[in-house]
Design a protein around this ligand. Structure first.
Ligand SMILES: N[C@@H](CCC(=O)N[C@@H](CS)C(=O)NCC(=O)O)C(=O)O
Length: 228
């Protein structure tokens, strides 16, 4: 399919202002929600550029060549750099701003350990939601992924026993990376009440200034966020 056959897709992506954080993403994407949540809770100012996944904007040559060669969201551009993958973006933001970065070196590594773990495990929660909401799959596929998703949620629930946060004693990129990708769990029939520590922990995140559910937080159109 040529780029022009993809409805309304931008034909090119001008390099953004290098001094501003520019996030590309989609409101239906939990991967996008992770850096969106980081930026919203931190109160940093940034620009959001929407990529309409339903219309297939991620497949255009322009997007692949100028923004993300994998044809996915999210992407962050800043200071002439292009940073791809939600967890790499969280790592970049924490390193460069210091916000939601644990204070000890051991905890900083542990936060990255959680991000690597979530990419291999909480991703099953996102798959169950995706196959429930966007794509019909053979029941055997769900029979494989649902227990994997439940096991990942149980692991996080256990890790939160007697603790407020996954790493150290403050919210960090570990919490945002894990909660961000499980946020749509109910759309996959994974009812949060089954995991009481996740309920408590996610309620603490939801109570923070700047929090909103992805459909309210991530815009459907390009937008500038002024920060606070
Ligand atoms: N590991 C990547 C996954 C990115 C990803 O799969 N993004 C999805 C949305 S959540 C996407 O862009 N899908 C579009 C497509 O596959 O066509 C990350 O965490 O950023």
């Amino acid at each position: 399919m040529t780029d022009s056959a993809i409805s309304d897709a931008p034909t090119g992506y001008a390099a953004p202002d290098p001094d501003r954080l520019t996030l590309y993403g989609s409101f239906t994407s939990s991967s996008t929600f992770k850096p969106m949540l980081y930026l919203s809770l931190s109160g940093l100012s940034f620009d959001f550029r929407t990529v309409n996944l339903k219309k297939g904007w991620q497949f255009t040559a322009a997007y692949r060549e100028q923004v993300n060669r994998y044809g996915k969201v999210p992407v962050l551009q800043h200071k002439g750099l292009t940073i791809v993958d939600s967890n790499v973006i969280l790592d970049y933001l924490a390193r460069t701003t210091g916000v939601f970065e644990p204070s000890s070196e051991q905890h900083r590594w542990q936060a990255r350990e959680w991000l690597a773990w979530e990419a291999a495990n909480i991703t099953n929660v996102a798959k169950v939601r995706h196959y429930s909401r966007f794509r019909e799959v053979h029941p055997a596929v769900m029979d494989y992924f649902r227990p994997e998703a439940e096991a990942a949620l149980s692991f996080v629930d256990q890790a939160l026993e007697g603790r407020d946060w996954l790493v150290g004693d403050a919210l960090s990129i570990a919490d945002l990376g894990c909660w961000g990708r499980m946020v749509f769990m109910a759309e996959g029939g994974l009812e949060i009440e089954r995991w009481p520590n996740i309920v408590r922990w996610s309620n603490a995140i939801k109570a923070m200034e700047g929090y909103a559910f992805p459909y309210d937080l991530t815009p459907k159109k390009d937008r500038t966020f002024a920060g606070r």
